[in-house]
Ligand binder design. Structure first.
Ligand code: NOJ
Length: 588
């Protein structure tokens, strides 16, 4: 009897402790998150950078504080509450380092200092503090495929063939003859080799002449970059966006490439040599030591390339962004079937492993609504909201470009003098030199020049859209009196308020982050329909990409579906969508 009582007592105790242990374990946060609203955690591998919405700020055009016509850090600080009000979690800042600005900061002359136009290191510290106080993280651009030709390294490097910095860049001695042709994306002559008489040698620049490529094959250079990264990570930043990094590794014997390779230069430039090895080294030396996110611009040529970049077991980067999607739009329009195919292919390739980013616009593209939607007064708002719905309901981390939350449109420039972008201007000279049809070129850049996305942020209807009290470095879009943040604040149905709402919806519904994506009504050339599913929760997203009503054929009975959000007051309940309609349903 006594023994039985003791056994019962011990069993009870064991049971008690097991219960306690289970309770404690289940209350421990998972990667910093409470598990309460997610059942199937093993599939999700939750991370903050997967659940984040990234808002990209182009500092030059966001807000000018000192009246010199150029946006600055103090300007961003003055808008922190606006940024917070968007509900975004991460800011990606385009380069703010010292730079002669041949390519608006993508030509860095000192990686540990702030560009004079933008302010000081104290301003930067205050910005970081202000963001962190508001629970927002900061990701910085890291531009290390190339530096500025005004960087001290390059000055040293070009000074003599025996200078210790010579090997920080790629040189080809002229007595070897002309180097094998390399295509430059920004050069007037498309020639990536620039002759320098000082040492009778050519240096390599995949971008402009003022952006010489760094020699990643040199371990000393790599160490310099890791030290720079540590400098910023120690300051407390939360991540790096690696500019043009897929081009960093090179075959330094510079073999000849087939004639015409430049039509497909990515195949020859992307993911070469030991690039993955360098990323693994960077991960070991820097990234793994901090809680930072890392994203590469460019994901190589194949899905395998992209996978290898972000496969967690390889310890390289967190995510990459590929250009397949963003490159689809042309002045003649684009095929929605193609668009659906590209995004579905990328999703399925990363369904089990790795992570992607989702974006349709950034500082290298024209405006979202002008390229992918319809910027006529009648459809600008609905089509903007529809595109935003797409970005916010796909799997992958959304990257959203400043101004798109207002539905800002292309610049409408008609004269070459209005443009500022090195790529647009140099290509103009190039086209002229080969006797091209310049009217055609002007039409092309009116649709796709990067400057379309770089006009000043439209804050209000006062002079210069409230961006500056001086003369803006690039003209303000003429439509600022009607399209601006102040107007949109007042309107509960504005694009801005739609953006806030959908960001919140995404944050409140893990299914939109991690849920399985299934494409429906695949062959429909006008509408995009898909479901997202997680732990028994199923959402249906219907998007009409056309300016007239279009029917969807998903086979799903919508009569019991619950509308979570839509871009019309009375969302469709019968599967036929109004022009550019977007609806998110919860299915029962
Ligand atoms: C990609 C950047 O996004 C772009 O703005 C820049 O011009 C090139 N890399 C060169 O740094």
């Amino acid at each position: 009897m006594l023994i039985r009582t003791e056994i019962t007592y011990i069993m009870n105790k064991v049971f008690f402790y097991i219960t306690i242990i289970i309770a404690i374990l289940s209350s421990i946060s998972y990667n910093g998150y409470s598990q309460s609203n997610a059942k199937d955690k093993s599939d999700m591998d939750r991370k903050w950078w997967k659940e984040a919405v990234v808002y990209q700020i182009y500092p030059r055009s966001f807000k000018d504080n000192d009246g010199d016509g150029i946006g600055d850090l103090k300007g961003i600080i003055s808008k922190l509450d606006y940024i917070k009000s968007l509900g975004v979690d991460v800011i990606w800042l385009n380069p703010i380092y010292s730079s002669p600005n041949d390519d608006n900061g993508y030509d860095v002359s000192d990686y540990r200092n702030i560009m004079k136009d933008f302010g000081t290191m104290e301003d930067f510290d205050a910005l970081l503090k202000g963001l962190h106080e508001r629970g927002i993280k900061l990701v910085m651009d890291l531009v290390v495929n190339h530096s500025s030709d005004e960087h001290e390294w390059f000055k040293q490097s070009r000074s003599s063939r025996t200078n210790p910095y010579r090997e920080y860049y790629h040189w080809w001695n002229a007595e070897q003859g002309k180097p094998p042709y390399r295509y430059s994306l920004f050069d007037v002559n498309h020639d990536a080799w620039r002759y320098d008489s000082l040492t009778n040698a050519y240096y390599l620049h995949y971008f402009s002449r003022k952006q010489p490529d760094l020699n990643w094959e040199n371990p000393k250079l790599r160490q310099e970059v890791y030290d720079i990264m540590k400098f910023w990570a120690d300051k407390g930043i939360d991540g790096f966006r690696l500019d043009a990094f897929q081009y960093a590794a090179k075959d330094t014997t510079f073999p000849g490439f087939p004639k015409g390779f430049e039509k497909n230069f990515n195949q020859y430039y992307g993911m070469q040599g030991n690039l993955h090895g360098y990323l693994q080294q960077m991960n070991k030396e820097v990234l793994s030591k901090y809680d930072v996110m890392s994203v590469a611009e460019g994901a190589g040529n194949t899905l395998d390339d992209a996978h290898n970049l972000v496969d967690p077991e390889r310890h390289e980067l967190n995510m990459a962004y590929a250009f397949d999607g963003v490159g689809i739009a042309t002045p003649e329009g684009y095929s929605l079937l193609h668009f659906k195919q590209v995004f579905s292919r990328w999703d399925s390739a990363f369904a089990d492993k790795g992570w992607l980013s989702i974006f349709l616009a950034n500082h290298d593209q024209a405006r979202l609504v002008s390229r992918f939607g319809n910027d006529s007064p009648q459809f600008r708002a609905v089509s903007s909201k529809m595109l935003t719905t797409f970005i916010m309901t796909m799997r992958g981390t959304p990257f959203y470009y400043n101004g798109d939350e207002l539905g800002m449109t292309n610049a409408g420039f008609s004269k070459i003098e209005d443009y500022r972008d090195v790529q647009t201007l140099n290509e103009y000279k190039h086209q002229k030199s080969i006797g091209a049809d310049m009217q055609k070129y002007m039409q092309r850049i009116a649709f796709e020049s990067r400057d379309n996305g770089r006009t000043p942020f439209q804050w209000n209807s006062t002079e210069n859209a409230g961006f500056t009290t001086g003369t803006p470095w690039i003209q303000v879009n003429k439509n600022y009196k009607t399209i601006n943040a102040a107007e949109e604040e007042k309107d509960p149905n504005s694009i801005l308020n739609y953006f806030r709402k959908i960001v919140k919806l995404r944050k409140d519904n893990l299914v939109l982050v991690y849920g399985k994506y299934t494409l429906l009504d695949k062959q429909n050339p006008d509408t995009y329909s898909y479901t997202r599913e997680l732990d028994g929760k199923k959402l249906l997203i219907l998007l009409n990409f056309r300016s007239k009503a279009e029917a969807t054929h998903t086979g799903i009975n919508l009569s019991t579906a619950n509308v979570l959000m839509g871009n019309y007051d009375h969302p469709s309940k019968n599967g036929t969508l109004k022009p550019y309609e977007a609806v998110i349903y919860e299915l029962k």
